[in-house]
Design a protein around this ligand. Structure first.
Ligand code: PB1
Length: 330
């Protein structure tokens, strides 16, 4: 009788208790794997709920400090900052303003939450009145003119004290432009977390509501990748690493599990996956209707992203997950 077939082999033996299941779990998820995005608004009330993202608010700088401090207390080690400026224009002038909302928020976090890693999103879409991620001329998002603006923005973040800058714009050559600008400004030690494999996804809607960045015309398909392409994602990661990216992001996450795996297997660099606003909102909305267990669904979704190889998961559910992970097993 072979030992590798029923009834000598019984796969259920290791599923009989939570303790045994935990003992043989192949994937380990901790709060330290999570990066917590924060929306920081330059003016307005301390907290403004985002209707399409239940549990997520636009925060004042003071509230962002409080939120980051609470997150650190739950084991989360990094926050990712998105700014909502007091004014927007065609060139996103507030993006690199020394008195900009993100520049001030970085200083406050560095001062009041010294244990948190402060990562800043580098992109113009939150700062432009047309909502595109770059500079627009004659109805086109012009690549090379955008690089200068993005580099200035990244340098202003580093000078404010950001630990990491994270370009999410998807312009060609932006990692090299930012690397060169940081090095020239004395920021050679500032790492770049590049959103290297970023798809023109249908899952960004709630984010665009949060920061009011829905494109005033057209869409982002002339710069973000076509979701039908996997090989192209590997080329984008290869290019960003060659230009100086220190680690990379794949986004969205659940629709891109294959790409996360291929990126990790191919490049063996720290790889983050972004569970974007639409992925988060889907789970929350189904939970509000009583259709699914929200906590279990977030844990399963982020667990799958971790299982395919993501070292870091950017998720709006970070604090909910950190609290769930700290509960004793059933
Ligand atoms: O949570 C999300 O949906 C993330 C959205 C993402 C932020 N980096 C981009 C979505 C978009 O294309 O509007 C913003 C691009 N800079």
């Amino acid at each position: 009788m072979s030992g590798t077939a029923f009834p000598r082999l019984r796969m259920r033996r290791l599923r009989r208790s939570a303790a045994l299941r935990d003992l043989v779990a192949e994937t380990r998820l901790t709060p330290g794997n999570l990066i917590y995005p924060l929306f920081i608004e330059d003016s307005g009330p301390p907290r403004q709920p985002i209707e399409s993202m239940p549990g997520v608010d636009r925060l004042s700088i003071e509230e962002a400090v409080s939120e980051a401090s609470a997150a650190v207390g739950e084991g989360i080690r990094a926050v990712l900052l998105f700014g909502i400026p007091r004014a927007k224009d065609g060139r996103g002038s507030r993006a690199d303003h020394p008195d900009g909302v993100i520049q001030r928020a970085v200083k406050a976090l560095r001062s009041d939450v010294p244990d948190v890693v402060v990562i800043t999103d580098v992109c113009l879409c939150e700062y432009t009145d047309h909502g595109h991620c770059g500079v627009v001329e004659d109805g086109e998002v012009v690549n090379d003119a955008s690089l200068e603006r993005l580099a200035l923005q990244a340098v202003s973040h580093a000078e404010a004290g950001a630990h990491v800058v994270a370009p999410s714009d998807m312009m060609d050559g932006r990692v090299a432009a930012i690397r060169d600008a940081l090095d020239a400004a004395g920021g050679a030690e500032t790492p770049i977390l590049s959103y290297a494999a970023k798809y023109a996804s249908a899952f960004y809607g709630p984010f665009r509501e949060a920061v009011d960045s829905t494109p005033a015309f057209g869409d982002r398909r002339s710069y973000q990748m076509d979701p039908r392409n996997g090989d192209e994602a590997l080329r984008e990661v290869e290019l960003d690493l060659a230009e100086g990216a220190d680690f990379v992001v794949v986004k969205p996450a659940l629709p891109s599990l294959d790409v996360i795996r291929r990126v990790k297997d191919t490049f063996r660099v720290p790889t983050a996956a972004y569970q974007v606003s639409g992925e988060y909102a889907m789970i929350e909305a189904a939970g509000e209707r009583g259709w699914i267990d929200v906590e279990a669904a977030h844990l399963e979704a982020v667990g799958a992203i971790r299982r395919v190889g993501a070292d870091l998961i950017i998720t709006y559910a970070a604090r909910r997950l950190a609290r769930a992970l700290s509960k004793p097993g059933p």
